[in-house]
Design a protein around this ligand. Structure first.
Ligand SMILES: [Zn+2]
Length: 379
């Protein structure tokens, strides 16, 4: 009566099996033989419930006439959830509604990129710039100049944007999926940080001895930040000191990425056009960390910013400003310098090493998260 589907379709999952003419014929035959029992049940349930069932029935009849009854976003599945309906780990502070339902098919979450919910802005605020990066920066660079240093930086930015957009699109399926996609998001941040450090270091033109020393310490610092962020998120997601540790490791990582620029920051040479963009990138990064940490402005009015303009969305916009300034600065830095094959090989090998490290870590951490979160029930 509730789903208008046969018992076998219900046990197989109504979202997995599509309604067919044979199934409708089977339902019609069964309904005739069960008409007495159906009226007995309708006699015993509250009138408000009958109204809900009737409304559902009418909507289904409209969908049938429009030929859209097999859409996975049908009436019963379309409802967004309140924060109290989702597990604690999926809730955002001060965001009380607009959560997508859990345990839907992967299609449901992919199609949710075109429906309103509380992650929609987060998906597109990093998804759209990814296409712009590919079209206006990566494609022309590959076609014309082929500067490895800039391509490495663009690759890092692409990883950051793709990981972030996919995470916001797919993380709501279950606590286990949430943890997995957050690990992917942290991986994007680690690759971006490493690529930015690589590009800045090579464009500064240091000696080979310092190169090895700097790249080794950069790998250590970014690796430390990546591992602590992931492990603490898996094992102690609600521990308050987690935020402090994340803040400290992120600050250390930011300092390390900026080491190749330190001299220029202090010189502030007016001929040095690139450094002004790098300074602005740091300023936007500081602003982004405020939106990230303070849950502002939603902390001022719970429920008002559930869909638009909450802190994480503003954080995403600040990150776009950081990225744009980093790209502009890098383009000035890579303008005139000649790069040796040795330097190009060094950064390519370092990047491949980092990618292997991230890939292996994701595999291990995914198993770790699955063990812990498969047992977590709705809270
Ligand atoms: Zn995000």
């Amino acid at each position: 009566m509730v789903t208008a589907r046969s018992w076998s379709s219900i046990t197989d999952g109504v979202d997995k099996t599509k309604s067919s003419p044979e199934e409708r014929q089977e339902m019609q035959q069964q309904a005739v033989s069960l008409v007495n029992q159906i009226s007995q049940i309708l006699d015993t349930i509250p009138k408000e419930m009958i109204l809900v069932l009737k409304t559902n029935d009418l909507l289904r009849s409209i969908e049938h006439r429009l030929g859209t009854e097999n859409r996975s976003d049908g009436f019963l599945e379309e409802m967004l959830l309140q924060s109290s309906d989702v597990p604690q780990i999926l809730r955002r502070n001060y965001i009380s509604s607009g959560y997508r339902p859990l345990n839907r098919s992967i299609h449901y979450y992919l199609l949710s990129a075109f429906r309103l919910h509380n992650e929609l802005v987060n998906v597109w605020s990093h998804g759209l710039p990814l296409f712009i990066l590919l079209l206006y920066y990566i494609y022309p660079e590959v076609k014309e100049s082929q500067r490895i240093q800039l391509l490495v930086l663009y690759f890092g930015i692409g990883c950051l944007l793709a990981a972030s957009a996919l995470t916001h699109l797919l993380h709501s399926r279950s606590p286990c999926d949430h943890i997995f996609w957050l690990i992917i998001d942290f991986s994007g941040i680690a690759i971006f940080s490493f690529c930015t450090g690589l590009q800045r270091h090579v464009c500064q033109g240091s000696s080979t001895k310092f190169s090895v020393y700097y790249l080794a310490t950069l790998t250590l610092v970014v690796g430390l930040q990546y591992l602590t962020t992931c492990l603490l998120y898996i094992h102690r997601p609600f521990w308050k000191k987690r935020h402090l540790i994340r803040f400290l490791t992120c600050t250390l990582s930011t300092i390390w990425i900026n080491i190749p620029l330190f001299e220029r920051y202090f010189d502030q040479n007016s001929d040095d056009l690139g450094i002004h963009y790098h300074i602005r990138a740091v300023q936007w990064l500081i602003l982004s960390s405020i939106f990230m940490g303070a849950s502002f402005p939603e902390c001022m009015a719970k429920g008002v910013f559930d869909f638009f303009c909450y802190g994480h969305q503003l954080f995403h916009l600040c990150i776009l400003a950081v990225i744009w300034n980093i790209i502009q600065g890098a383009q000035y830095d890579c303008l005139e310098r000649e790069f040796s094959t040795e330097q190009n090989q060094l950064i390519l090998h370092s990047l491949i090493g980092m990618l292997i490290f991230v890939f292996v870590t994701v595999i291990f951490l995914r198993q770790d998260a699955a063990k812990k979160y498969e047992k977590v029930v709705m809270m």
